[in-house]
Design a protein around this ligand. Structure first.
Ligand SMILES: [Zn+2]
Length: 466
């Protein structure tokens, strides 16, 4: 039985042939794509679909995959501006992390996911590293359930790093982490029709000892899950990692044995030629976060060299404390423009490659390329309906991929579905009762957290910065 039939659409499949169907149709049965083809063909094949949506003039894309985030930071937008990474950690994110309550994690995650949905995100990878009290992971995981988003939850940790500003209150020893990880895996991994996956996520190589890193990777492997870790984000990251482990970058991962294809490295701005060669050989994956790298002035990741070494590179918005947003569309445009200007070469990266990074390459980065990342019969029905006529910016459309990457806004993202269920339809989010009311609620949650943590640097009467 066909539950849903989209007709008369431009369908950008991102399938192996990279087909774009200009009078396309897509049939959905339950949580999966039943068929994709020309509209007349599918209309005659599925005449009694329960629901048909005429998508004339609209474009259907695979849902976008955000491969890196810290959802609790959504509450910290605007508090970490104009700082270098070390100060940003010391004076803003670490203090905030210390005072987090489960309700903050839930509210921050709901808010971040909601913004993500408006920008066409269907899969989220969160990375929850501070644990000053119990139940913080459960706050984020509750938001995954409440929003019905597809979510990888990276349970993070750190057991060292006070020399570099890590506050002891958010650190945990190995036994505590192991016990909580086992609980989280057993409670949440592969639940909600497989939408929720649990991973391990050591905060950084410089903030976790070797026994901790080994334990995390063993647990990931025993649950057939992945591990994600910040690697070579800044020169400081490399120096501190070198000081703790005697090596840094991919050499350090190699030394500790974190070299499987289920390892997703984040940032990788300062990978060396040697690191990149090894990462390609080990099939390590990369999450590229250009907006965050620009915001913190970390630098420009060598994406071109990574791609030349056949490294899978997905895109990440990163936490909103180093982005101030969760916008996948802004992320795609930034990815392209940053590589072009950095290399002084307009052909450095194409809109098509950027869309691949946000879809099929992102899926490969989290080991889910057989389930999501493209629109193909048999895959999960995670998709976006894009309506160019909801904003002048997107008109005219001469090339649907160019329009998406360079000329779109969140207004164009009309409907978003995960597992064949609309999380947003015609611009209205269906997973919360009243969007404006909950946004006002989350504003209050954010204000209370900032007050408790003493980081309200932009409140009434704050000095104008020059
Ligand atoms: Zn991060």
């Amino acid at each position: 039985m066909t539950d849903l039939l989209l007709t008369n659409a431009v369908i950008v499949t991102v399938d192996p042939q990279r087909r774009i169907l200009f009078d396309g149709a897509m049939a959905v049965c339950g949580d999966r794509i039943q068929a994709i083809g020309e509209s007349p063909e599918l209309l005659s094949r599925f005449p009694d679909a329960k629901r048909t949506i005429n998508c004339a003039g609209k474009i259907v894309f695979p849902g976008f995959i955000n491969t890196h985030n810290h959802l609790f930071q959504t509450l910290l937008k605007g508090l970490g501006d104009d700082m270098v990474l070390k100060d940003w950690l010391k004076t803003m994110t670490f203090p905030a992390a210390r005072f987090l309550e489960p309700e903050d994690c839930w509210g921050g995650a709901m808010l971040g996911i909601l913004e993500g949905i408006h920008s066409g995100m269907t899969t989220e990878v969160d990375y929850m590293y501070p644990h000053a009290r119990e139940g913080l992971s459960d706050g984020v995981l509750k938001a995954y359930r409440d929003t019905k988003i597809r979510g990888v939850f990276g349970r993070g940790c750190m057991d060292t790093g006070t020399d570099f500003g890590v506050v002891p209150e958010i650190m945990q020893d190995r036994k505590t982490v192991e016990k909580d990880l086992t609980r989280i895996f057993d409670t949440y991994h592969n639940t909600e029709n497989g939408r929720i996956q649990v991973w391990t996520a050591p905060a950084a190589l410089w903030s976790n000892t070797e026994p901790m890193l080994r334990m995390l990777y063993e647990i990931s492997n025993s649950y057939h899950a992945g591990l994600t870790v910040h690697v070579s984000e800044t020169p400081f990251d490399r120096t501190a990692t070198q000081a703790l482990h005697g090596s840094c970058g991919v050499d350090c991962l190699e030394k500790i044995g974190l070299t499987g294809p289920n390892v997703l490295m984040v940032h990788c701005v300062y990978l060396t030629v040697n690191d990149i060669r090894k990462a390609g050989e080990y099939d390590l994956k990369v999450s590229h976060n250009p907006v965050s790298n620009m915001y913190l002035a970390s630098g420009v990741a060598p994406v071109g060299q990574m791609l030349q070494n056949n490294i899978t590179v997905g895109l990440g918005v990163d936490g909103a404390a180093s982005n101030n947003g969760q916008d996948m569309l802004e992320l795609m445009k930034t990815t392209s423009l940053l590589q072009k200007v950095h290399t002084l070469n307009p052909t450095a990266i194409s809109a098509e490659k950027v869309l691949e990074m946000a879809t099929i390459d992102g899926a490969r980065a989290i080991g889910m390329e057989h389930e999501i990342g493209s629109l193909e019969a048999g895959k999960k029905a995670d998709f976006v309906i894009f309506n160019p006529y909801r904003s002048a910016k997107a008109v005219p459309v001469h090339n649907p991929v160019s329009t998406l990457v360079y000329s779109s806004t969140m207004q164009n993202i009309e409907s978003v579905a995960v597992d064949g269920t609309f999380l947003m339809e015609n611009g209205v989010v269906t997973v919360v009762p009243d969007e404006e009311a909950v946004l006002r609620q989350w504003q209050k949650i954010a204000e209370r957290l900032a007050q408790r943590a003493g980081i309200c640097n932009r409140g009434a009467g704050h000095p104008w910065r020059r």
